[in-house]
Design a protein around this ligand. Structure first.
Ligand SMILES: NC(=O)c1ccc[n+]([C@@H]2O[C@H](COP(=O)([O-])OP(=O)(O)OC[C@H]3O[C@@H](n4cnc5c(N)ncnc54)[C@H](OP(=O)(O)O)[C@@H]3O)[C@@H](O)[C@H]2O)c1
Length: 162
């Protein structure tokens, strides 16, 4: 199973200069809870923004180049390698964690979407590809808790295909 997980603003913005446009620790916490101990797949640009692999997850980086990656990080040279991984273990959840280029490539075969929507607008340069939500069924929506460290209104949404 392939799940996409991301946070966006009201306009679908997801990135700015290789980083997230906001600081929202509650979203990072949820991201960690969901992805811990799973395979995570990301684009080369997103990985470059992290600088090091995310701990306790099997980090995989998509790139068409031959990358030299830190120990424990695997490269996927094409999206077909992701499909093969998924086919080999169809009951295992693989989290695709961005960015925009990779989301676009994976979306047609994704089974699940974990979206955080921040009820605000930010400046940036990278947007989520368009998703036709008539193909998706919302199974859970929870309001995030706004506080001093998380100074926006935000919601967590969980969709399955169908
Ligand atoms: N808000 C969020 O939840 C969230 C999540 C993740 C990322 N982001 C943000 O999104 C931005 C990065 O997104 P992006 O779209 O610019 O880049 P990206 O998707 O992270 O990475 C793009 C790179 O991945 C490789 N790639 C993409 N598709 C491929 C394919 N089909 N086969 C093989 N390799 C492939 C290519 O690397 P090579 O050029 O090396 O071949 C490509 O240049 C950053 O600002 C980041 O912070 C936001």
């Amino acid at each position: 199973m392939i799940a996409l997980i991301w946070a966006q603003d009201q306009n679908g913005l997801i990135g700015n200069a290789g980083q997230l446009p906001w600081h929202l620790p509650a979203d990072l916490k949820r991201f960690k809870q969901l992805t811990l101990d799973h395979k995570i797949v990301m684009g080369h640009t997103t990985f470059a923004g992290f600088k090091k692999p995310l701990p306790h997850r099997e980090n995989m980086v998509l790139s068409r180049q031959d990358l030299t990656l830190p120990a424990g990080v695997e490269q996927l040279h094409s999206i077909d390698e992701l499909w093969a991984l998924d086919a080999a273990r169809p009951n295992e959840m693989i989290f695709v964690i961005g960015g925009s280029q990779v989301f676009e490539a994976v979306l047609p075969k994704a089974d699940r979407l974990y979206r955080t929507i921040i009820d605000d607008t930010f400046s940036g340069d990278t947007w989520m590809p368009t998703i036709d939500y008539t193909n998706w069924h919302l199974v859970d929506r929870q309001a995030g808790v706004t506080d001093v460290k998380n100074p926006y209104r935000f919601q967590f949404e969980d969709y399955v295909r169908g």
